[in-house]
Design a protein around this ligand. Structure first.
Ligand code: COS
Length: 415
């Protein structure tokens, strides 16, 4: 049954723009049939494949490699890749739904997926040359894991301050990269990485702050590339986060995306796209935590009745549900704006993406904290998933731009 649905997805290009699509002056909040089907499909995968191993992987910091292999049967790893390169595109609201449903059970798997489809594959699909697309997109569509590497120890929020350097080799055939990149999601698993470094011979290097920033497609098999320290994290512990060490790493000149010195807007554009994915991850975390709290509140009795019928708990649950509903609308609206930008000449979606991430990140944090409160002492133990959701929620206020960065992007877009 599931495989039939997957086949259906694979052969059908979903063209409809779903949530909030304008229909004759009205706003339509209904999910399309395809979006509902995708939600059911991913929920089924998350509950049957991710749920049984999620706690163990979280505790032991084990990346979801076997789960990723199982996920490939669903054909959803190529949703940002055109069909001619082996992908199976879906609309942008569906992409958000997939990430939300994964995060509702396993936020670590959700970010692995989000980086693969959003930051890596989509950047190559949008900005890569024909040769780069032909070489890399079929591999990403087939399930080779992708990553994106921008941050460094001294360049997180201030991305343009990166010091990782690239210099053309004497024979002009390769760039030689040196430096250390940090906070790389999928760092240990990725075979294909969209990575940023500064071309020191570029005319803008040193004159403009982000001058010389160049986007490279780096393969983990390239000479001079090694995976460094794996971070021991508070949350999303099943997602591997590593440093990447570039020690005279040789990258063919053909792997420069859009020419030397043109990397910074590519990096920013990738974040505009993928921040919606992180907002969807935050939404899924909030949903998962809320469902746990709701179920517990109906099962747990105090003073002669389920706690769900005590007014203070009722108020918590009502506020959680309301906050999640608002976050969901912002996430889907941002996804719709992205769809409009790429397929209907709509304006850039930077502001909507940052607003969605800002709001959904705070929602994930607030709802997961309230969920622990509803469960009381049990919520503070590993017997229930709410403590994991609480730990996982925090990163959604930090990565792919802190909440402070989202406010910078939003404020700059205000007219
Ligand atoms: N899309 C395309 N181009 C963009 C862009 C976007 N969303 N935002 C900025 N640019 C371009 C600008 O047009 C400018 O181009 P020019 O070279 O033609 O002038 C260039 O990029 C530099 O832009 P800006 O001056 O705004 O850069 P700042 O150094 O001021 O940086 C912030 C702005 C803080 C918003 C940026 O550094 C940022 O997003 N930081 C957070 C990074 C992040 O999220 N890291 C987490 C990665 S995941 S671990």
């Amino acid at each position: 049954m599931l495989r039939e649905k997957v086949f259906f997805l694979g052969i059908k290009r979903i063209k409809k723009v779903g949530h909030l699509a304008q229909h004759g002056g009205t706003v339509n909040f209904a999910e399309t049939d395809e979006q509902q089907m995708i939600r059911e499909l991913v929920r089924d995968f998350a509950e049957s494949v991710l749920a049984p191993t999620v706690e163990h992987r979280d505790q032991q910091q084990i990346p979801p490699s076997a789960e990723w292999a199982a996920f490939l049967d669903y054909g959803l790893q190529g949703i940002t890749i055109p069909e001619k390169y082996g992908g199976s595109p879906v609309d942008d609201v569906s992409e958000a739904i997939i990430i939300e449903e994964l995060a509702r059970v396993d936020p670590s798997f959700a970010v692995m997926y989000c980086v693969h489809v959003g930051l890596c594959a989509m950047s190559i699909a949008l900005h890569g040359s024909d040769e780069q697309k032909e070489h890399y997109l079929p591999r990403l569509a087939a399930g080779e894991v992708g990553a994106y590497s921008l941050s460094e120890s001294g360049a997180g929020t201030d991305a343009a301050a990166m010091v990782c350097k690239a210099k053309l080799s004497e024979d002009g055939s390769h760039y030689i990269l040196n430096g250390e990149k940090m906070w790389v999601t999928n760092g240990a698993q990725a075979k294909i990485i969209v990575l940023f470094a500064k071309d020191v011979d570029h005319p803008d290097y040193g004159s403009k702050k982000h001058g010389g920033t160049t986007a490279f497609i780096v393969e983990s098999s390239f000479e001079g590339f090694t995976v460094g320290k794996k971070e021991d994290k508070l949350g999303i512990r099943s997602s591997d986060t590593c440093t990447l060490v570039l020690n005279n790493c040789r990258v063919p000149v053909g792997n420069v995306i859009k020419g030397a010195g043109n990397g910074f807007p590519i990096a920013m554009n990738a974040l505009d796209n993928s921040r919606i994915g992180i907002a969807a991850q935050a939404l899924g975390i909030a949903q998962g935590a809320y469902e746990s709290a709701l179920q517990y509140a109906h099962e747990r009795e105090a003073f002669g009745k389920p706690i769900a019928y005590h007014q203070m708990i009722m108020a918590y649950l009502a506020d959680m549900a309301t906050q999640i509903d608002a976050a969901r609308m912002m996430v889907y609206r941002a996804a719709w704006s992205k769809e409009q930008h790429y397929h209907a000449d709509g304006p850039r979606h930077s502001k909507e993406a940052s607003m969605a991430k800002l709001f959904a990140g705070d929602t994930a944090m607030w709802v997961s904290e309230r969920a622990i409160q509803v469960l009381g002492g049990y919520g503070y133990t590993k017997e229930f998933p709410v403590e994991r959701f609480f730990r996982d929620a925090k990163i959604t206020q930090i990565y792919e731009g802190t909440q402070e960065v989202q406010r910078i992007v939003i404020a700059r877009a205000l007219k």
